[in-house]
Design a protein around this ligand. Structure first.
Ligand code: SOE
Length: 389
């Protein structure tokens, strides 16, 4: 490895831990063209930022992200804060000539996402690269699914079913964290996990969701205020507050080819912990993926004789499968965290090559338009709404 790529990460919650793992591990397993240096961790409270930096291996800490962006010795800004701060930080970083990796969803509103995509397009002409953290594109089985679709192995896509099911809010007494407040999170299950389902469908099929009809609902309207902790694991304090985001989002979509898709995003599906499931049916085959079994891909080949047909389970653990040659001997499986190393590998490679990594901020903007269209559709009694800008 040669030249250093000095990274500052802003935020240190759950995603901060996951991104730190990516930055630390990727250069030790992949032969990267630039060497990422975990330079500065930025957070609002100095004590917790220092503790996180020591635990995850960041060299320095800071509490003022603007001052960090102004530093000449920082090349990359990695944003893992709640959505309400993405636009301000990302635009400032792009204007300062940094490369920017931003967690999903890109923003809380279409207007913010548009401003970010514009800033990214302009910055790209000056050499800055930007990418959105839709990490599940980088699970080997989903990348492989995309490759199979692109190679025509399921024919013409006709129907898609996509669902992201979790149950960490099924307990009505789980406290009110930032993820349940519209002003910070933008939306609830819709933007938090529905965004992943939308991005993954578009990535695997190579198509875009052009119109939607949906319904969103808040099941538990009030919760105990947060006592301590944050994110997914807080404890309840005194008093109650209003949940201002959706708990469940259900919607239908039409892809640009005319294929139909159904989507479901819920944090109330009791017993489903992290089930991002996609089933894609084509004219000559089908594919099914479930994040709870992330080393597997189910494939149905309709061109085989009727007596041999049936879904078969492909274990996506061969060295020739995407990303796998950097890891363990053939047959050994990967976990949730590997996607973050793959994300770093692809982002750093694009920076070194001077190419636009995907998903770009324009891709993130499109997902934002779909999220917005679902909310508008629901408010208008589930009428069909187009997602075009
Ligand atoms: C919580 O629902 C969450 O952590 C999401 O915020 C992430 O994007 C998803 O990857 C896992 O679940």
């Amino acid at each position: 490895m040669s030249e250093k790529l000095r990274v500052a990460m802003i935020g240190h919650g759950f995603m901060g831990a996951a991104h730190s793992q990516g930055w630390r591990v990727a250069p030790r397993f992949f032969d990267l063209p630039l060497e990422p240096a975990m330079q500065v961790l930025v957070g609002r409270s100095l004590d917790s930022t220092v503790a996180a930096a020591e635990k995850w291996g960041w060299a320095e800490t800071a509490t003022d992200w603007r001052a960090v962006i102004a530093r000449d010795d920082i090349d990359v800004i990695d944003i893992v804060t709640p959505g309400d701060t993405h636009a301000e930080i990302a635009i400032a970083a792009l204007e300062a000539g940094k490369h920017v990796l931003c967690e999903k969803p890109l923003a809380n509103t279409v207007a913010e996402a548009e401003a970010m995509a514009d800033a990214a397009t302009h910055a790209a002409t000056l050499g800055s690269r930007s990418m959105v953290g839709f990490t599940y594109r980088r699970v080997p089985a989903t990348t492989f699914a995309r490759d199979l679709v692109a190679a025509g192995r399921i024919g013409e896509i006709r129907q898609v079913r996509a669902e992201y099911l979790q149950d960490w809010l099924a307990d009505a007494e789980a406290p009110l964290t930032w993820r349940m407040k519209k002003e910070q999170a933008g939306s609830g299950a819709l933007g938090d996990i529905g965004a992943h389902a939308i991005d993954l469908v578009e990535y695997i099929t190579g198509q875009s969701v052009d119109s939607v009809s949906g319904i969103i609902e808040t099941i538990v309207k009030e919760r105990p205020v947060l006592g301590s902790g944050s994110g997914l694991s807080g404890t309840a304090g005194e008093g109650r507050g209003a949940v201002t985001v959706d708990d469940i989002a259900l919607f239908s979509g039409r892809l640009n080819s005319g294929a139909l898709a159904s989507f479901e995003a819920t944090r109330f599906r009791t017993g489903r912990k992290n089930a991002l499931r996609i089933e894609i049916s084509g004219s000559s085959g089908a594919l099914a993926f479930d994040l709870e079994r992330l080393n597997e891909l189910e494939y149905y080949d309709a061109t085989q004789g009727a007596l041999e047909q049936g879904f078969r389970r492909i274990l996506v653990t061969e060295h020739d499968h995407p990303y796998l040659d950097a890891w363990w001997p053939t047959g050994h499986m990967l976990g949730y965290e590997h996607g973050f190393s793959h994300q770093v590998r692809d982002f750093v490679t694009a920076i070194a090559d001077g190419t636009q990594p995907r998903p770009s901020f324009a891709d993130g903007l499109h997902v934002q338009r779909v999220l917005d269209a679902v909310e508008r559709s629901s408010a208008a009694g589930s009428t069909w709404v187009t997602t075009t800008g």
